[in-house]
Design a protein around this ligand. Structure first.
Ligand SMILES: [Ca+2]
Ligand SMILES: [Ca+2]
Length: 256
């Protein structure tokens, strides 16, 4: 419609001429422009519930995964970034190093341990990013670390998953249990999470200061690789089913 186009042109010109006048108030506090770990499956549930990789078989090590989310408004180049557990290099360390890959704002990446896994859909590895997002995992970018040893994986009783930039500085670290070593970071970059044996641990919100909880049951599953938590309270995760309500805290009142 001519009228609309005219209005649109006027708004566009106005925006160019007077950007300050129409600048929106920023409601959220400034956050560091860094990705965050949003979910970790370190204790793979028994039976079909543990088949996080959706390849039809559950592996106590191979189905482990780490989910990373970009909560910022900028693209983050993850090339050369690493994910590791607490073991030192060459002593059973879990290590995944990203190939040439950039995570756009609001996008999610999942890295599976990969032992004995044949993950469906587009899957990348340390050499090459997948050609597309993976529809089996809510469109997330899916990688496998391609691990070949059952000795390489997260320890259920105490370990951590740390994301580091290429210079080695920790960007986001998730720790559970009581590892023997001191965690490699602190403050907002370190999340101490609950012990969990029948579910993953996931942030309650996709924000750096949000705590982790045992993953709620969604469609009978206790993990959601590729589907980030909601980015704000009361908001559903992108294309997510509504999570099951938390355990009721109130007791039924006794009726006289
Ligand atoms: Ca599997
Ligand atoms: Ca998730």
């Amino acid at each position: 419609m001519v009228g609309h186009q005219t209005l649109a042109s006027f708004v566009a010109i106005s925006s160019t001429l007077a950007p300050v006048a129409i600048a929106q108030k920023d409601k959220t506090p400034p956050a560091p422009k860094l990705p965050i770990i949003t979910e970790v499956l370190y204790a793979v549930p028994k039976g079909v519930a543990g088949d996080a990789s959706k390849d039809g078989s559950r592996d106590a090590t191979g189905d482990e995964f780490v989910e990373i989310y970009n909560p910022t408004d900028v693209a983050i180049r993850l090339t050369g970034w690493t994910l590791t557990d607490r073991n030192p290099p060459d002593a059973g360390q879990f290590l995944f190093r990203f190939p040439d890959f950039t995570l756009q704002p609001g996008e999610t990446v999942v890295v599976f341990n990969g032992l004995h896994q044949t993950i469906p859909g587009a899957v990348g590895n340390a050499d090459k990013a997948p050609a597309s997002g993976n529809e089996k995992f809510s469109g997330a970018w899916v990688f496998t670390a391609g691990n070949t040893s059952s000795q390489v994986g997260f320890a259920n009783d105490g370990d951590w998953a740390c994301l580091r930039e290429p210079g080695g500085e920790v960007v986001s670290c998730v720790m559970w249990g009581k590892p023997d070593e001191e965690p490699p970071t602190s403050g907002l970059k370190l999340a101490e999470v609950p012990r969990s044996s029948a579910a993953s641990v996931q942030r309650t919100l996709a924000a750096p200061d949000a705590p982790f909880e045992a993953h709620p049951t969604v469609d009978g599953l206790r993990c959601s690789p590729g589907k980030p938590p909601p980015s704000a309270a009361g908001e559903a995760a992108p294309d997510a089913e509504k999570p099951a309500p938390a355990k009721p805290e109130k007791q039924k009142p006794d009726r006289p």
